[in-house]
Design a protein around this ligand. Sequence first.
Ligand SMILES: NC(=O)c1ccc[n+]([C@@H]2O[C@H](COP(=O)([O-])OP(=O)(O)OC[C@H]3O[C@@H](n4cnc5c(N)ncnc54)[C@H](OP(=O)(O)O)[C@@H]3O)[C@@H](O)[C@H]2O)c1
Length: 297
Amino acid sequence: MDSKEFDLSSSPFSDRWWSKNTVAIVTGANKGIGFALVRKLAQSELTVILTARDEARGLQAVQTLRNEGLHVLFRRLDVSDPLSINAFAAWFATNFQALDILVNNAAVSFNDIYQNSVENAETVMKTNFYGAKLLTEALLPYFRSSASKSRILNITSRLGTVDKVRNMKVKKILESEDVGEEDIEGVVKAFLEDVKRGTWKKAGWPALWTDYAVSKLALNAYTRVLAKRYGEFGSVSVNSFCPGFTQTSMTRGKGTHTAADAALVGARLAMLPPHRLPTGQFFFWGPNYDIPRNSKL
Ligand SMILES: NC(=O)c1ccc[n+]([C@@H]2O[C@H](COP(=O)([O-])OP(=O)(O)OC[C@H]3O[C@@H](n4cnc5c(N)ncnc54)[C@H](OP(=O)(O)O)[C@@H]3O)[C@@H](O)[C@H]2O)c1
């Protein structure tokens, strides 16, 4: 996948292509970057559906945004549960005509910054990779079909880029132009088998936050597969975005910038005008950008 540092200096918002009928879904949005993304998108007056696995936490987050005068809808969605995904997709189909933006943000990591346990590897894969993949598949029929107006933004991580893999066989599979969904699932299965066998440390998987990194590696590869399926001028654009080291629960509050900073960049990417919207790209937020604190989309 091509990777690009996202340039904030040129605002993509000179062309306002969206309206209040433009519909966006953000997963795992009761806190952190997802919550901040919903706020940014709602400030731009799109119709935003905040989703969360826990109803009470989700409703509380929605209330916070409504108290700020923002119009935000809520629906419960546990991305690690296929039944919850199907119920959500059915609700969406009943209540909306089309989907414009899907931000696959929900994720888990069970490690502290310098820990590397793989005890919860299955849950990490089920949430971070399969959750995003299954939800995307369930919602694909509802994406608006006008060229490149629909977009999927997968929130991933630089921990999950192919250069972190030291296993040459896995690297070759993931770097192949022809990588397919079965190949990616094969990689995830091979990792989980290594975890079960206790061989994961010497098998050449990414060295930091290994289970999380493999889940993001898989999601980055899936981004490429989907982007290829729709093509450069297709109806859906699919990109990955690493928000950088951000102060959220996932990092136990550590990081170089806030969730609001990361969300500003993410929202700009999600809302690029159709003529500037690429596909199959991995964007990351570089350390050199000075985020304008009061910047509006
Ligand atoms: N923070 C960083 O430095 C950093 C760096 C690179 C990438 N990222 C990525 O950025 C995204 C947002 O992370 P964050 O830093 O904002 O972390 P966070 O504050 O821990 O937020 C994660 C969100 O995902 C939700 N979630 C977890 N499992 C879920 C499930 N099964 N179904 C639905 N929602 C679920 C959490 O809900 P609960 O409150 O119910 O747990 C929470 O709302 C993630 O994809 C993460 O991998 C973060």
